[in-house]
Design a protein around this ligand. Structure first.
Ligand code: SAM
Length: 230
């Protein structure tokens, strides 16, 4: 029975681990796989739910995985590529801010289905392009100096490598996402939308416009949500 909930706001990042932990705890000794986990996997080993039997961290970047602590199992592969070596091995497959960086979202979600054991669950947190901050980010790249852009998006000053974002299959519109995911084999769904980003706290006029958007009816807001979980 599909379950779709929409929450009118909330801290996507701070609720990510508890929600994921709850899903993991429903399984008996699950093997879990984090996609695009890079050098800093979502769970530290101290935070990991006690029932987990193995935690594998994937990334497309060999360099990132060499920086991932050696206590984690590691799997170097492209989520858009051939994942046959790992097919059918995991109860839980998850990602945080990976899906927007994947060139072909449909192929990635198909591959996740094949990585799961029967009865397994996939959990992703990703932004949508149709959130104002991300559109603004794209426009600013073309129009504004790096210094001005960095004052709005401080994380872009980081020395960590920057990953291109394609936003393929990253939509806040739940009906659209569910239709697409159902066609490739998913059966039950929960999509939780979060709205609003801290970026706008620094720009009073844009902040007011952002707040106004958050009070639109949910049908309109579906197109504008920032960070849906799927
Ligand atoms: C923005 S980082 C997110 C890292 C981490 N999950 C986090 O929340 O901080 C995206 C990561 O996904 C990896 N990545 C990008 N495309 C990928 C692909 N096709 N297959 C596997 N990993 C990929 C990148 O190398 C990078 O480490």
């Amino acid at each position: 029975m599909p379950a779709v909930k929409q929450h009118g706001g909330g801290p996507a990042f701070s609720s990510y681990l508890p929600r994921l932990g709850n899903l993991i705890q429903q399984y008996n000794s699950p093997r879990i796989l984090e996609l695009g986990g890079e050098r800093k996997p979502s769970f530290t080993l101290a935070q990991l739910p006690h029932n987990v039997s193995s935690y594998t961290v994937n990334d497309i970047s060999a360099e990132e995985l060499t920086l991932t602590p050696s206590e984690y199992d590691k799997a170097l592969f492209d989520v858009n590529g051939d994942v046959g070596e790992f097919a059918g091995q995991f109860e839980v497959v998850f990602s945080r801010t990976l899906m927007e960086h994947v060139r072909d979202g449909q192929a990635a979600h198909r591959n996740v289905v094949s990585l799961l054991k029967p009865g397994g669950v996939a959990f992703h947190m990703a932004p949508t392009l149709h959130a104002a901050p991300f559109v603004l980010n794209r426009l600013l790249r073309a129009a504004v100096s790096p210094t001005a852009r960095h004052s709005l998006f401080p994380h872009q000053r980081s020395e960590k490598p920057k990953f291109p974002a394609y936003y393929s299959w990253c939509y806040g519109n739940r009906e659209k996402m569910i239709g697409m995911l159902r066609k490739i084999g998913y059966q039950d769904f929960e999509i939780i939308n979060f709205y609003g980003l801290n970026y706008f706290k620094k720009i009073p006029i844009v902040r007011s416009v952002d707040r106004a958007f958050r009070h639109l009816p949910s049908a309109a807001i579906g197109l504008l949500s920032d960070r849906p979980y799927m």
